[in-house]
Ligand binder design. Structure first.
Ligand code: GDP
Ligand code: IMO
Ligand code: MG
Length: 427
């Protein structure tokens, strides 16, 4: 059985949680490979509706092992809450494992996330405030604490003492706020370590064994390609790689092991936080998409910025990820619209371009060039066969498929697991 990476293809919130929950039925293992509790993955199934921030979306199957990979940054308090909430709703977490190499979000990370945003003033990035950027910065600066470190209390104390000395110097001298207490943090994180110890382990051998047993392995992406620090709208990005490339590193798998890369696209575009978004709509169509699609963040509740499908950005995303197939979600949200637009190029400085510029200043100046298609104006959420979709919906999907240049495997017409059209097998 193969390895399939499930990747957010736009600015996040494409419906990765729904797609992974659905595909995980046949999976032996699901690994989340990036981000932390900046993510919010909604899953709607027979247990109810869940907004998962850290735990992989395969957790609802008792036969599926769920791994939080080394590429993640984990806030232990949020994780413990998430485990408790799932258990209270009869979802077992005995198949959950945490890489001992994953980094831990510490109180100074969340504090600094807020202080850095304030420091940026009018140029704030609009982060989720969960300490994600500061935690990844510490990882690269070799100043991080990993989940495995929580299991050796003496060594942890020594490491925390020297890191906290440095962090407190920044907090008091740069930001002029009170220092954090070593005793309090140490006590709290030792407790977290005790609680999470049964879940923390070396992961690479587990994965190798699952592959040797020919189990299906899903790599669950967080965020989306256009939030990638290298290829996204830098600096309005997140701090770990949501790309297929990032899935290898963040799960601990060689690129040669990945068989399929499924790009998850929303049928239109949304974005939360700052940064350019060429097809954003400030008019009543944007409001209609937000309200009919309930486009409010799963993590922060912030209203999402809404706009037409951007095929220039989608092609770029497809190219850098190497998608072998795509899933299109929320097609039903377009049900009421009489006409639909797809952005097929940009006008920049009087010229027509068909590429996604690396500079946010250029992207900000890009004017979308639209192609118009008729809407279908009937409900489609109950439909399960592609041929049953109204011809206008089929035309819309076919045009997206052509523009993204990869086959459309899945079409999602509702939040629930079964509200899915299997257009073409992924494998
Ligand atoms: P993720 O972060 O990529 O997992 O996406 P989110 O969960 O943040 O946002 C996707 C939202 O769309 C959630 O509220 C899902 O329940 C919902 N959703 C997913 N697929 C569909 C669909 O096809 N139709 C509708 N109406 N909602 C969907
Ligand atoms: P899922 O996995 C949408 C955005 C934030 C902000 C930027 C940086 O649910 O698709 P960060 O806290 O990561 O430093 O914020 O990235 N962002 C997301 N937007 N979905 C997400 O995750 C996101 N994770 C981060 O809104 O603009
Ligand atoms: Mg989300």
């Amino acid at each position: 059985m193969p390895v399939i990476a499930v990747i957010g293809a736009q600015w996040g919130d494409e419906g990765k949680g729904k797609v992974v929950d659905m595909l995980a039925e046949k999976a032996g293992v699901v690994v989340r490979f990036a981000g932390g509790d900046n993510a919010g993955h909604t899953v709607v199934n027979q247990y109810g509706t869940f907004g998962l921030h850290l735990i992989p979306s395969g957790i609802f199957y008792s036969h599926t092992v769920c791994i939080m990979g080394n590429g993640m940054v984990i806030n232990p308090s949020v994780l413990i809450d998430e485990i408790d909430q799932l258990n209270r709703r009869d979802v077992a977490t005995k198949q959950l494992f945490i890489s001992d190499r994953a980094h831990v979000i510490m109180p100074y990370h969340t504090l600094l996330d807020g202080l850095e945003e304030k420091w940026r003033g009018g140029k704030a990035l609009g982060t989720t405030g969960r300490g994600i950027g500061p935690a990844y910065a510490d990882k690269v600066a070799r100043m991080g604490i990993r989940t495995g470190d929580l299991l050796d209390k003496e060594a942890f104390l020594e490491r925390l003492r020297s890191i906290l000395d440095y962090k407190n110097a920044i907090l008091t001298k740069v930001y002029e706020v009170s220092p954090l207490s070593l005793d309090t943090i140490y006590g709290q994180y030792c407790q977290y370590g005790e609680r999470l110890a049964p879940y923390i382990r070396e992961i690479t051998i587990m994965l190798e064994e699952a592959l040797a047993r020919e189990e299906l392995v899903l790599l669950e992406g967080a965020q989306g390609a256009l939030l990638d620090p290298d290829f996204g709208t830098y600096p309005y990005t997140t701090s770990s790689s949501p790309l297929a490339e990032g899935s290898c590193l963040g799960a601990g798998l060689s690129p040669t092991r990945i068989d399929r890369i499924l790009g998850v696209f929303k049928a239109y575009c949304t974005r939360v936080g700052g940064g350019p978004m060429p097809t954003e709509l400030g008019d009543e169509t944007g409001d209609l998409l937000r309200e009919s699609g309930h486009e409010y963040g799963t993590t922060t509740g912030r209203p999402r910025r809404c706009g037409w499908f951007d095929a220039v950005a989608a092609r770029f995303s497809s190219r850098i990820n190497g998608f072998t197939g795509a899933a299109i979600t929320r097609l039903d949200v377009l049900d009421a619209l009489p006409r639909l637009k797809i952005c097929v190029g940009y006008k920049l400085n009087g010229q027509t371009i068909d590429y996604f510029p690396s500079s946010i200043a250029a992207l900000d100046r890009c004017q979308p060039i639209y192609e118009e298609l008729p809407g279908w104006q009937v409900p489609i959420s109950h439909i399960r066969d592609y041929e049953q979709l109204p011809v206008e919906a089929q035309q819309y999907v076919a045009r997206l498929e052509e523009l993204i240049s990869c086959p459309m495997n899945l079409i999602s017409v509702g939040a629930a697991r079964e509200q899915t059209i299997h257009k073409m097998p992924i494998l």
